[in-house]
Ligand binder design. Structure first.
Ligand code: NAD
Length: 456
């Protein structure tokens, strides 16, 4: 089939690559000419394992090409995918300006029947707006259909996710469009959910909101574990083995971030209020998520004080999660900003997100290191803020030798509590009664006693 993919970011570039790898002829379009030139030269503008090889091979085999000329891409295609960004606007809603701008241009360029498919995550009702915009901008009467085909890939494993998706959702009010899109995906052999436009749009938000709910839920349980001398990893394991619950998204930490969950949860909440409904559970999910980083930082200030000037802190991880260079809404970046705001000097390292982080954080009181161990040198404490696998296997004796203080704040529960404590570290994690938490409890007891005796 002949396809055009508009927007060559994390979704569009991977989508274009995989579609072409399935034997389709694909043109990727983006307004960012620097990005297009980079991709054409075989350089990936994003870090995504396995992507470069597929892109380069399919360009070489002439199934995949890239352009900034949208009309050219549209003219070539039977199916046009819209994969542009839908970030959060100031009101919590999805900013649809890029999607609507593309819809207008599609209308202006349409000369024969095509299926226009929205892959971008868009609120319920958007595809009807896309249909209307295209219709209003047609230069001559042309038949076309719109469909919603939300994307469920995860950054860091998106190549594999697209190849082995759990399900494909195709929403359209046109049986012809549904048939054409089904042809594209049937070979995967995984379930295809055919539905109306609005249900397809909502499936995407409901799925992300549910996963975010799981994360906030386990983070709340983690708070109870910490106080009640239980261990969150054990609790999550015991819960996750129940097939009705499942083990995924039950990892406690300093909260979810990234380019999808925060904005999609906010947008769904906004949709609920637009429908005169207060989605209370979702409000709780957002509140809990926001609180998690401050719970973590509270332990830092209780242990080190609120004024961190003169302190040098080492930070492992800046991306919003492991296996990506994406720092959009990264909790790690927010924590770094707060620590710097409290006066600390920071040494930071992330396997892939250094370039993006430097652009956002600048160099004021932050030095960018070449590896984890450079971060540790003479640092007063070590912070683990992103769940890159390599942080879970750091050499602890080397770590102890390098740090000025054997103190670790692990926001992603990457290390083994017993091992770390047996080596003499003071350790803080999330949802675990570590020696660091015990130390704070002891301090608190002494303080309470002093208050009772009136000698504080
Ligand atoms: N990133 C993910 O993990 C993920 C997963 C599922 C769904 N989504 C959804 O997919 C959509 C895209 O997300 P992303 O992460 O790929 O975004 P992104 O920011 O990485 O990529 C968007 C691309 O669109 C391009 N663009 C913007 N306006 C354009 C225009 N008018 N014409 C042509 N190109 C234009 C940008 O230059 C950019 O390259 C969003 O709606 C997002 O919510 C993202």
């Amino acid at each position: 089939m002949k396809l055009c993919v508009i927007g060559t970011g994390y979704v569009g570039l991977v989508g274009a690559a995989i579609f072409s790898d399935w034997g389709n002829e694909v043109i990727g379009v983006d307004i960012d000419s620097a990005k297009i030139e980079k991709i054409k030269a075989g350089e990936m503008p994003i870090y995504e394992p396995g992507l470069a090889e597929i892109v380069v091979r399919n360009i070489g085999e002439k199934r995949l090409s890239f352009t900034t000329d949208m009309a050219e891409g549209i003219a070539h295609a039977e199916i046009v995918f819209i994969c542009v960004g839908t970030p959060q606007d100031d009101t919590g809603a999805a900013d649809l300006s890029a999607v609507l701008a593309v819809a207008k241009q599609i209308g202006e360029s349409l000369t024969d029947y095509k299926v226009i498919v929205t892959k971008s995550t868009v609120p319920v009702g958007t595809n009807e707006r896309v249909y209307e915009l295209i219709r209003q901008n047609l230069k001559s009467p042309v038949e076309f259909d719109v469909a919603s085909n939300p994307e469920f890939l995860r950054e860091g494993s998106s190549v594999e996710d697209m190849r082995t998706t759990d399900r494909t959702v195709i929403g359209s009010n046109s049986p012809k469009a549904l048939g054409i899109l089904k042809n594209l995906y049937t070979h995967l052999g995984t379930p295809i959910v055919e539905c109306d436009l609005r249900s397809a749009e909502l499936i995407k938000y409901a799925s992300n909101a549910f996963l975010a709910t799981k994360i906030s839920f386990i983070n709340e349980i983690a708070q109870i574990c910490e106080r009640a001398h239980a261990d969150i990893s054990t609790v999550a394991k015991g819960m996750g083995l129940d097939s009705r619950i499942g083990p995924k998204f039950l990892r406690a930490g300093i909260g979810y971030g990234g380019s999808c969950f925060p904005k999609d949860v906010a947008a769904l909440y906004r949709t609920s209020t637009d429908q005169a409904y207060d989605f209370k559970l979702l409000r709780g999910v957002m509140e809990v998520n926001e609180r998690m980083k401050y719970n973590f930082l509270k332990n830092v200030t209780l242990h080190l004080g609120k004024n961190l000037s003169g302190k040098s802190l080492g930070v492992l991880g800046l991306a919003f999660k492991g296996d990506t260079d994406d720092i959009r809404d990264s909790v790690a970046i927010e924590v770094v900003k707060v620590l710097r705001g409290m006066g600390a000097k920071l040494k930071v390292y992330d396997p892939q997100a250094m370039y993006n982080s430097k652009r956002v954080l600048g160099e004021d009181n932050i030095s960018y290191c070449l590896d984890s161990y450079e971060v540790m040198e003479k640092s007063d404490a070590l912070f683990i803020l992103t769940d890159w696998k390599e942080f879970g296997t750091i050499d602890l004796s080397r770590t102890k030798n390098l740090l000025a203080n054997p103190l670790i704040f692990d926001g992603r529960n990457m290390l083994n509590v017993e091992k770390v404590q047996n080596m003499g570290f003071v350790y803080f994690a999330v949802g675990k009664r570590t020696n660091g938490v015990e130390l704070l409890a002891e301090k608190d007891k002494v303080y309470q006693k002093a208050v009772l005796n009136n000698d504080h």
